[in-house]
Design a protein around this ligand. Sequence first.
Ligand code: FES
Ligand code: FE
Length: 438
Amino acid sequence: MITRPDSESLADWVERTRQGIRDGRFPVRAFNDPAVAELEQERLFAKAWCFLAHESEVPEPGDYVTRYIGNNNIIVARDEHGDVHANLNMCRHRGNVMCKAEMGNASHFRCSYHGWTYKSSGELIGVPYMKEGYEGRLARKDWSLVSVRIESYEGLLFGCLDPEVEPLGDYLGDFRFYLDLYLKQGTEGVEVHGPPDHWIADTDWKICAENFAGDGYHTPVAHQWGFSLGYFPSSGSTHSQGWAVSVPGKGHGIGLGHSPNFPPFGGFPEELVEQMKQTLTPEQVEVFSRTRTAVGTVFPNLSFLMQPFSLVPGQAGVRFVTMRLYHPAGPGRMEMYSWCLVPKTASEEYKKEAYRAYTLAFGQAGTFEQDDFENWTKVTRSAESTMVRDLDFPYIMGMDSARDPEFPGPGHAVVPYVNDTNFRNLWSRWGDYLAGDQ
Ligand code: FES
Ligand code: FE
C-alpha cells in the first residue's frame, strides 16, 4: 500500500516528519501505516531496549514466560543456577516454536517437531539420532538457541537485539528517578500480583505510549464519569495542575498530576509511607508526596500508572500501580500486557485492595481501560483512511515552556500537567530511531 506521495521516499518522509515534530506537528498516518510499522521493526524494535518481564514473574529455577521484542518471540527463563536468560523462541533445527505456552516451569525445552532439547539457558543438550544421523558432524555447542542481551533495573528485565546497545542504565538515564516512584514502594521493592491481563486490540502501540506519557488532557473528558461519580479525586477545573516531565533526548516522559487538598501520599497505608521515606531520596519524597497521579512511558512501549481509585464512590481511594506493555502486532494492531504491581512488604489486605482497584479501573474490562480503547481504536481507524494522507495533528501545547526552576526532580519539568512537551520528546526520539540516527 502506498501511503505517501509517490514522489517521496520513506527516508524523505521520515526527515519531513522529524522537522514537523520540531515545529509541533505529527502525521496522522504514522498511527496506522504498513510502511511505518515495517520501518519500526527494523530501525526501532531491533535497536532499543525493550521490556520483557518482571523478575517476580520468574522467581524459581525453571520458571519461564514468552514475550516479544518487536516481531521476535522470546523465551525468558531462569536456569538452575538462578540466572535469567532471554533466547529467541525458535528451534535451531528447522525453526519450530520451541515453547508454545505463555508461562510455566520446565526443566528443559523439547521441540515438538524432531525432538531437539535445550536447557533453560538455551544450551542444546539433546539431539535424537545424534550418532546414527549426524555421524559426528554436528557440534551441539554451535546450535544453542539464539541469545538476546538482557539487563535489569529494579526488577524490570529488558532485552535488546543490538549487541552494541548502550547499557540499560544509560538508556533509562534520569527517568530512573521517576521509575523509582513505582518500583521502590517498600523496602523490598515490588512484585507482580498474578499474571498479566493480555489481550489483542485494533489500535497502534504509539497511541497508548503517547497517552501514558502524560496525557492529562483526556482525563476530564474520556473518564468524566470517574470525576462525577466520585471514583477519582480530581475535578475538571483543577485537573491541569501538576507537572509534565520529559527526559530530553531519551524519549521517556511522565505526567505528575496534583490535586489541591489531596493529602501527601494519599491512598497509601501508613507503614508503606514510612518505608518509602527510607527507600526514596529526599527529592523523590518531595515529588512523590505531592503527586496524585503518576503516568509515564519508558520509550518506546512500556508504561506505568499510579493513582488512587475509590472502591466505593466518594470514599478515600486506594493507590494502585499498573505496568503495561504495548506489543506492536502489525499496522493498527497490538497486544496489550497489563500487570498490577504491589509492594512486596505490603499487607495481604492492601495487596488485594490495590489489585481490586487496578482491576476495576485498568484491568482488561476496567472502566478507564474501556474508555481509552474506545477512543484509541477509532483514532487508529481514522489514521488509515485515504483523506488523512497528508494531514498532521497539532503538538503545540507548551512550545515555549521553560523548566520550572522550583521542581526538585531531574529532566525538563514544565507546568501545567496538560501539555504536549512530553509527546514532542517521545516522537523526537522515535524519529531519531526511524532515521537510523539514535
Ligand atoms: Fe525442532 Fe526439528 S524443528 S527439532
Ligand atoms: Fe485514559
